[in-house]
Design a protein around this ligand. Structure first.
Ligand SMILES: C[S@@+](CC[C@H](N)C(=O)[O-])C[C@H]1O[C@@H](n2cnc3c(N)ncnc32)[C@H](O)[C@@H]1O
Length: 285
């Protein structure tokens, strides 16, 4: 279940020395999280993985914060917060990170797993629904200077005041949770939060298909699992969404590749079908 580097990361962040005690803790928070909502990502233990650091754009994120130490990062659909914990361990200042999720239970379980509290782990967590425009805002992407001051994260309750201020957004295993129309709405809303500064980036990975459409090859939906009702983009449709629909054409570079998903990470899979993942990054020019 754990790669050696993930086990080492968890032991050092939790302060535990006994691997069996760590595994017991992981299984106990997994049970609580499944009770809250049984996402496949919880069942396959994604909350203990260091997936963000395996994305091809990770080094770019770390270079961005080196060149702009005040750069604000949002992890949207952060779940337990394991990805932001990895980013912080690699040098990203915790006070410049915002994590957000519909379900605060997952974030609280992150504290339980990593044995932290808001005092020892001062990342700003904003519970909320990205489909709620009072939370995420209704602004359009910013092209000149943002018309607001950068907000003080300590008083923040919504994402909307961040319009035009985020230098980076990470969104993994997130977009595929929404219908095609809502994926576009969420992309527009997140695009509006991104700073117009050259190099600002939104990146991640989620379920895809070589040709866009419903994932008809999957099993029927089950609790926590969209199955054959899941809408998936392909690399071209994802590129066209960001370059032309969300942002004015030619103002961003979109990198998007569809790759076959490793079978061992799939918990709900018919043996005869291949599943795909989109790995992507949109960078402001
Ligand atoms: C499949 S998990 C992915 C977690 C993590 N990003 C990862 O890559 O492992 C999806 C996360 O998105 C959150 N989520 C689902 N719908 C949401 C919404 N409408 N607004 C905000 N977060 C949402 C879920 O609560 C969950 O933590």
């Amino acid at each position: 279940m754990l790669r050696p580097e993930e086990e080492a990361f968890l032991l050092s962040t939790t302060g535990l020395t006994d691997v069996d005690a760590l595994k017991t803790l992981i299984r106990s928070v997994q049970a609580e999280a499944t009770e809250a909502f049984p996402y496949p990502c919880i069942r396959r233990f994604d909350f203990v993985k260091l997936k963000i650091s395996r994305l091809p754009y990770y080094e770019r994120l770390m270079s961005l914060v080196k060149s702009d130490p005040n750069a604000l990062l949002l992890d949207i659909g952060c779940c337990f917060g394991n990805d932001v914990r990895k980013v912080i361990a690699d040098g990203y200042p915790a006070e410049n990170i915002i994590a957000s999720d519909l379900r605060p239970e997952f974030w609280n379980l992150g504290h339980k797993l990593f044995k932290s509290d808001p005092g020892t782990f001062p990342v700003t967590f904003l519970p909320g629904d990205v489909l709620d425009t009072t939370f995420i805002g209704t602004a359009s992407p910013v092209y000149g200077a943002p018309c607001t001051q950068r907000p003080d994260l300590r008083g923040l309750h919504k994402l909307a005041p961040l319009t035009g201020h985020l230098r980076a957004i990470h969104a993994s295993d997130f977009f595929h949770l929404f219908t095609e129309a809502n994926q576009a709405a969420v992309a527009r809303a997140l695009g509006a939060l991104l700073s117009p500064a050259r190099g600002s980036m939104i990146f991640g990975t989620h379920v895809a298909r070589p040709n866009k459409g419903l994932r008809t090859e999957a099993s029927p939906p089950a609790p926590g699992y969209l199955g054959n009702r899941m809408f998936c983009h392909d690399a071209q449709s994802w590129t066209e969404l960001w370059d032309g629909e969300v942002f004015q054409k030619g103002t961003v570079r979109v990198e998007a590749q569809v790759v076959e998903q490793a079978r061992e990470v799939l918990v709900v899979l018919k043996p005869e079908v291949t599943f795909y993942q989109l790995i992507w990054c949109v960078t402001r020019l």
